[in-house]
Design a protein around this ligand. Structure first.
Ligand code: BES
Ligand code: MN
Ligand code: ZN
Length: 501
């Protein structure tokens, strides 16, 4: 697991700047006019800030970008991080600015002079989100630390002090934002963990530990799943030494008896493809195939941490897809909890088998007002949308629009994809009620059609195919490369707008 950087809000004290360790961050409006804090730094640094703000590099910088001005006179630390940010910045721009500071500061101590910037809380959130490093397995022997501030020799995070004019006020506003960051980190940690550590058992244990936050957590074991008739889900895990599990997390912050929103996640802790084995090249990336379950877990954590006034249930199917003497074979026919039979043409199309039973269970038990499932479901969605946007499939325009709006407000890319009976026909099987693949064409859509067969008539439902967005191979403004935590913020916002009035 990662260790987060600690961020504290303090009263502005201009006399503390000269002796500050590490970096001092100052905000400059696009017109280059120095505010109170920047003027003080400028005086200490013998005019270097005014010179920079009047120069060509500053003129070319985009809003939300930052530059490091190292080794300035009058400062005992590393230097100044100059950030171009207008006072009227919206929350996304302010987060980007915070992220830009974090990227430049790496692990060094940091003094952020936010003064009376109206978005100081959002700047701090961006700073927190970008100050993430999955460094649990960096032993720090001789390694100097990489560009993202990975652990160098014994290096810990320096403290980040954010100086503002009304620290109590800003700290109070940042409480729900830091709950959000914690949820995102929880998701990133789960997604980044290798599969020898994050087995189904370890995953379930980490979810059970959220009991202490006030979540009700139940773990359904294989015998329970067998009794419920979840043969589709169990078939995926039957080649693995790790037992299949379904974990149910309930947050009841809303009105007693009010139908919950259900979040359902694909939690394939490793996807070898099974007997339909994947090629070796890139197979290591399949440690992230539990990304849907990771997002569900992160959202539940955030809701609990900020004591959300909503009823939300999170259900994750935890399995490992391995080839083995007991593994399911291509051609096997399994009966789902719903009762429909499935011909398993390709054991690598396993996520939909897991979700079929998890979706059905969620609806049977909780009769939710809406269901949203998340899954690293298809390579096809990456072909369609790349790593920029999640594929959004929905049977309900109002719910879909609400989600797309929430995602946009949080800066998380999402794009609606079509559904339709012509796609559904590709799932017809000669021997069973359906087969689990619909051919190469429109692979992300036929996968969504498969899931829709396990959603009851008239129930609002969204399927989010996060295969491209759960993990990326380049740094993002608010995350170093690796697990992104995509979706935690959008879903938290959707819960606010949909369930918290
Ligand atoms: N977990 C994969 C999808 C995936 C691919 C996620 C790349 C992240 C990155 C899924 O289980 C899978 O193997 N899907 C197959 C479906 C096919 C067999 C119909 C795919 O996309 O190739
Ligand atoms: Mn697969
Ligand atoms: Zn998979």
């Amino acid at each position: 697991m990662s260790t987060p950087r600690s961020i504290v809000f303090r009263e502005t004290d201009l006399d503390a700047i000269a002796a500050a360790e590490g970096w001092v961050a100052v905000f400059l409006p696009p017109d280059g006019r120095l505010g109170r804090e920047a003027r003080r730094v400028n005086r200490l640094a013998k005019g270097a800030i005014a010179c920079f703000a009047g120069g060509r590099d500053f003129a070319k910088m985009k809003e939300g970008e930052a530059r490091a001005l190292a080794c300035l006179p009058g400062l005992s630390g590393e230097g100044v991080i100059a950030v171009k940010l207008p006072r009227r910045a919206d929350s996304l721009l302010a987060r980007r600015a915070g992220g830009a500071i974090a990227k430049l500061a790496k692990r060094a101590p940091l003094l952020v002079l936010a003064g009376n910037h109206p978005r100081a809380d959002e700047i701090a959130l961006g700073l927190a989100l970008r100050s993430y490093a999955f460094d649990a397995y960096k032993s720090g022997r001789g390694d100097e630390g990489g560009e993202n501030g990975e652990k160098g020799e014994g290096e810990a995070w320096g403290e980040a002090r954010v100086m503002v004019n009304a620290p109590e006020d800003v700290a109070a506003r940042s409480v729900p934002l830091m709950a959000l960051a914690e949820g995102v980190f929880f998701t990133r940690d789960l997604v980044n963990e290798p599969a020898n550590i994050l087995t189904t058992t370890e995953f379930a244990a980490r979810l059970a530990a959220m009991h202490e936050l006030g979540l009700e957590v139940e773990i359904l074991e294989e015998a329970d799943l067998e009794k419920l008739g979840m043969r589709a889900l169990l078939a995926v895990g039957q080649g693995s030494q790790s037992p299949s599990k379904v974990v149910v997390m309930q947050w009841r912050g809303g009105a007693e008896g009010e139908a919950p929103l259900a979040l359902v996640g694909k939690g394939v802790v490793f996807d070898t493809g099974g007997i339909s084995l994947k090629p070796a090249q890139g197979m290591e990336d399949m440690t992230m195939d539990m990304g849907g379950a990771g997002v569900v877990a992160g959202v539940m954590r955030t809701l609990a941490l900020r004591r959300s006034r909503a009823n939300v249930v999170g259900i994750v199917g935890l399995v490992e897809n391995m080839p083995d003497g007991r593994a399911q074979r291509p051609g096997d026919i399994v009966r789902s909890m719903k009762g429909d039979t499935i011909e398993v043409i390709n054991t690598d199309a396993e996520g939909r088998l897991v979700l079929a039973d998890a979706l059905w269970y969620a609806q049977e038990r909780f009769d939710p007002r809406a269901v949203i499932d998340l899954a690293t479901l298809t390579g096809a969605i990456i072909i369609a949308l790349g790593h920029e946007k999640t594929g959004v499939f929905a049977n309900d325009d109002a719910l879909c629009d609400a989600f797309l709006k929430a995602a946009e407000s949080e800066g998380e890319g999402a794009w609606r994809m079509p559904l339709g009976p012509a796609y559904d026909e590709k799932l017809r099987s000669d021997k069973a009620d359906m087969k689990n693949v619909g051919g190469r064409d429109a692979g992300a859509i036929t996968a969504a059609q498969f899931l829709q067969r396990f959603v009851t008539e008239g129930r609002p439902w969204i399927h989010l195919d996060i295969a491209g967005t759960a993990q990326v191979k380049k740094d993002l403004p608010l995350a170093p490369k690796g697990a992104t935590g995509w979706g935690v913020m959008a879903l938290d916002r959707l819960v606010r707008s949909l369930c918290e009035g």
